[in-house]
Ligand binder design. Structure first.
Ligand code: IPM
Ligand code: MN
Length: 351
């Protein structure tokens, strides 16, 4: 197969973790006879520095033309502490998600047998966890009107959802549930928020089209609690943009490290694969960041190309590296650890 992949390394540790994913993908291509053409493009603070804009039109064209986009991370501390910054790297991420129509963010949470005791949660609570969040990604409070009133003393952000936005996300949720244990949880705050009532009403109306799927409706605060109490009672969860952002960071604790959790964003115009972690600026350039979330995001990409063996080869190599302790310092418990680039080389060799 011939694959054209746009490569958006971004900021902070982005370039370092992306480099390892490229090594691993190239090893997969060699072993299974594929040809991958990588097209790098600018995004984030790196793009602001180069062309004054975090998601330049050239980058958008490259993403549209590609079969998939592999993305690192975006964000730079020099913008975080400057409330007056006119343009922020994160705006590039939001613009990219919206312009590429990436309305569904697929974030799986699973445990690795060799890491189960690394989680701060008890083994018996998390063992066997295998759940997937579908986070709505192109609407809600992230994209609503926001601003200041009263000479800056009042601030507002607005959350808006349209029925069709809920329907298309929920449809993916029902379809995914049908391929798994046929359990779907709609996470909302329908006891307070009107947007949540629209979510609930829309999902309820869709239940008749999927009679085999059992749907539960749960409030986000209760889910935040049950997620760490009994994570393996969940299977597929659908939720709006902000709730999904928060709950998936929480869920990463189950696996033992945020540096392990991959994601895929899909929708109308493109497919994008990225780790759920951020740009981790404190580690940038030090060759210490964990590349596994990005490598596992690449596995999700192969899976979506229906290249199942290739995806499995990546997951097997990752599992082997964890079992043999060939890991970066975040997973080494003060013991022997390896550099980001060493882990990447090892994985590529073990494909
Ligand atoms: C994520 C990130 C982004 C988000 C930030 C960087 C804007 O936290 O992908 O989860 O909030 O969506
Ligand atoms: Mn987040």
């Amino acid at each position: 197969m011939k694959l054209n992949i746009a490569l958006l390394a971004g900021d902070g540790i982005g370039p370092e973790v992306i480099d390892q994913a490229v090594k691993v993908c190239n090893a997969v291509a060699e072993k299974y006879n594929h040809e991958i053409n990588w097209t790098p493009a600018l995004t984030g603070a790196a793009a602001i520095d180069a062309v004054g804009e975090p998601y330049p039109d050239d980058t958008h064209e490259i993403c549209l033309a590609a079969d998939a986009v592999l993305f690192g991370a975006i964000g730079h501390p020099r913008f975080d502490n400057d409330p007056s910054a006119k343009v922020r790297p994160e705006q590039g991420l939001l613009k990219m998600r919206q312009k590429l129509g990436l309305f569904a963010n697929v974030r799986p949470t699973f445990t690795f047998p060799s890491l189960i005791d690394k989680s701060p949660l008890k083994r018996e609570r998390i063992e066997g966890t295998d759940l997937i969040f579908l986070r709505e990604l192109t609407s809600g409070i992230y994209f609503g009107e926001r601003g200041r009133l009263d000479n800056g003393d009042t601030a507002f952000d607005t959350c808006t959802y349209k029925r069709h936005e809920v329907q298309r996300l929920a449809k993916k949720g029902f379809e995914l549930a049908m391929t798994r244990s046929k359990k779907l949880c709609c996470v909302d705050k329908a006891n307070v928020l009107e947007t949540s009532r629209l979510w609930r009403e829309t999902v309820q109306a869709m239940e008749k089209d999927y009679p085999e799927v059992t749907v539960s409706y749960e409030f986000v605060d209760a889910v935040a609690m049950r997620l760490v109490q009994w994570p393996n009672s969940y299977d597929v969860l659908i939720t709006e943009n902000l709730f999904g952002d928060i709950l998936t960071d929480e869920a990463s604790v189950i696996s033992g490290s945020m540096g392990l959790m991959p994601s895929a964003s899909v929708g109308t115009k493109a497919k994008l694969y990225e780790p759920i972690h951020g740009s981790y600026p404190q580690a940038a350039g030090k060759d210490i960041a964990n590349p596994l979330a990005t490598v596992l995001s690449a596995a999700m990409m192969f899976e979506d190309f229906k290249l199942t063996d290739e995806a499995q080869a990546i997951r097997d190599a990752v599992n082997k590296s964890l079992e043999q302790g060939y890991v970066t310092e975040d997973l080494a418990d003060g013991g022997k650890s390896f550099k980001t680039s060493e882990v990447g080389n090892w994985l590529a060799k073990n494909i």
